[in-house]
Design a protein around this ligand. Structure first.
Ligand code: NAD
Length: 504
């Protein structure tokens, strides 16, 4: 497959042109990024989008992506691309988010490589039409379910995991045989550029292309008809995207956010509980859609939890988290101000901020009430409110009074408590006695419910998301049910009543 010089057809290549946003690079020189395959704001003419989609659709219609060998080649190429560009991607993630290398590699690149390998070892069985039983009424005949790619998919990514949240859905779409237009977040500009460079070097634009830009470019893209739309981002923007997709009846997956609760019900291992909560909350400085947003803690164990959170945080980062390379920064000034303003009340750990570095210390707020400001929005930062309860029903009621969360975490020894919480709450996923880890399992679906989204991906579930399930029945001419044809008689009706009840 050839490599293109210009990543986007007909769109002028604006070197040294940056996007409009409030991002200040943290580590790199504030030099203009070479935007080879980028377009600047308001610089994505309709005709260019039409051309991108037309070319991808023509390539899709030519049928190459339907072949399993083509898909396997592309998946291997994606792995090679990620491995080749690993240093540049890590550097870009450092510049955008001060992402520590271990976090960046494991949560953005390592998980991708693991999932590519998983998909490669299963793809042949996934693409095979699946035979299902054919009931007596339809005999002689055969029934199969074909997994058919949709066509051209648009994947819109957020800034917090800018690599994983673009290539995770892209991998699922590619495994299922689709072409993709990728729109990374403009708020992680170094990573968006690194992604564009990587895709440009390794893939044909008729198959995989990156369109860079912000709201104007995304709005332009959304005016066009795609065959599938996969959006990861905030709930409010999700509504805009969903409405745009509805105009074209484009099927969508919505990976959204919200407030993910964490219940601490007993003190079976409070030291490890605190460590796991602190890790899940402070990864990427709390800018994780599945981070424990707030803690509902049984009154009797709260004091012990706070002491152990303090111990865990100083164990991770020492006395000054700002001085360590292992702690990320807030993505931009807007989010810094937003998160900083949520810090008020009974701050028992942290609370320090530094606007110049967009640094917010790991912060724990005690005695939070459900009406407090910090409980009115997804925190998406390293601030952890604690709300105490005495009876598990109170904790469940608090969760059920809010929108359905993306993740729910429960630390509880009692099987009755686990069963009760599982039965009486609804969330995208649940992890018992740990945080975050469940979403890394390729066998488990990653997706929300209600306001935290709908649809899911990861491994086979991702393949299914990007495949239309086409039911195919093949009948024989050997036998024909004559009673189904007019003219209808009483005898025909009786036969059909019997057949529908007994033979289907
Ligand atoms: P965002 O919704 O602001 O932006 C996401 C994407 O939408 C970006 O590519 C952006 O360019 C585009 N966009 C923004 N405004 C738009 C508009 N008006 N019209 C068209 N396109 C627009 O999200 P974000 O700030 O990048 O990410 C943070 C949110 O994403 C959080 O709420 C987080 O919980 C959620 N998130 C969810 C998941 C998940 O898997 N469920 C993963 C990561 C982040």
């Amino acid at each position: 497959m050839r490599c293109c010089e210009n990543a986007i057809f007909g769109i002028p290549l604006h070197r040294n042109q940056l996007f409009i946003h409030d991002q200040q690079p943290l580590l790199m020189e504030e030099e203009a990024i070479e935007t080879k395959s980028a377009v600047s704001s308001n610089n994505l003419p309709k005709s260019d989008v039409t051309k991108i989609i037309d070319n991808q659709r023509a390539f899709f219609n030519a049928g190459e992506t339907r072949g399993v060998r083509f898909r396997i080649r592309q998946l291997k190429k994606l792995r090679e691309a990620l491995e080749t560009h690993e240093p540049k991607l890590l550097e870009a993630l450092k510049a955008d988010l001060h992402k520590p290398e271990l976090e960046a590699w494991s949560t953005e690149i390592g998980v991708m490589i693991a999932e590519i390998d998983y998909n490669l070892s299963h793809i042949r069985s996934w693409v095979r039409p699946r035979r299902v039983p054919t009931s007596l009424f339809f005999m002689p005949g055969k029934s199969r379910i074909y997994s058919e790619p949709f066509g051209v998919a648009l994947i819109i990514g957020p800034w917090n995991f800018p690599v994983k949240n673009v290539f995770g859905p892209a991998l699922a779409a590619m495994t299922a045989g689709n072409c993709c237009v990728l729109k990374p977040s403009e708020h992680a500009p170094h990573t968006a550029q690194a992604i564009a460079d990587m895709v440009e070097e390794f893939f044909d634009p008729e198959y995989l292309i990156v369109v860079q830009g912000g709201i104007p470019e995304t709005t332009e893209l959304l005016k066009h008809k795609f065959d599938y739309l996969f959006f990861t981002g905030g709930t409010e923007i999700g509504r805009i995207i969903y409405q745009a997709a509805a105009k074209h009846l484009t099927p969508v997956t919505m990976e959204l956010g919200g407030k993910s609760p964490c219940i601490v019900d007993d003190n079976s291992n409070i030291e490890l509980t605190a460590k796991r909560i602190a890790w899940g909350k402070l990864l990427n400085s709390g800018q994780v859609c599945i981070a424990p947003d707030y803690v509902l803690v049984r009154k009797s164990v709260k004091k012990e939890l706070i002491e152990n959170l303090r111990k865990a945080i100083s164990g991770f980062y020492g006395d000054d988290p700002k001085a360590t390379d292992d702690y990320a920064r807030i993505i931009n000034d807007t989010h810094f101000e937003r998160v900083k303003n949520l810090i008020e009340g009974d701050v028992v750990i942290g609370g320090d901020t530094d606007a110049k570095e967009r640094y917010i210390a790991p912060t724990v707020i005690d005695n939070v009430k459900i009406t407090d400001k910090v409980m009115q929005e997804e925190i998406f930062g390293p601030v952890l409110p604690l709300i105490e309860y005495e009876d598990i029903d109170e904790a469940i009621a608090i969760i059920n009074n809010g929108e359905k969360p993306l993740a729910l975490y429960l630390f509880a020894k009692s099987y009755d408590t686990r069963d009760k919480v599982l039965a009486e709450t609804s969330s995208g996923g649940v992890c018992i006695n740990e945080t975050i880890m469940n979403f890394g399992s390729i066998e488990l679906p990653f997706g929300g419910v209600g306001n935290s989204g709908f649809g899911a991906y990861n491994g086979k579930i991702g393949f299914d998301t990007f495949s239309h399930k086409k039911g195919v029945m093949t009948k024989s001419f050997f036998f024909d049910v004559k009673q189904k044809y007019p003219p209808y008689t009483k005898g025909n009706l009786n036969f059909i009543k019997f057949a529908v009840r007994k033979l289907i």
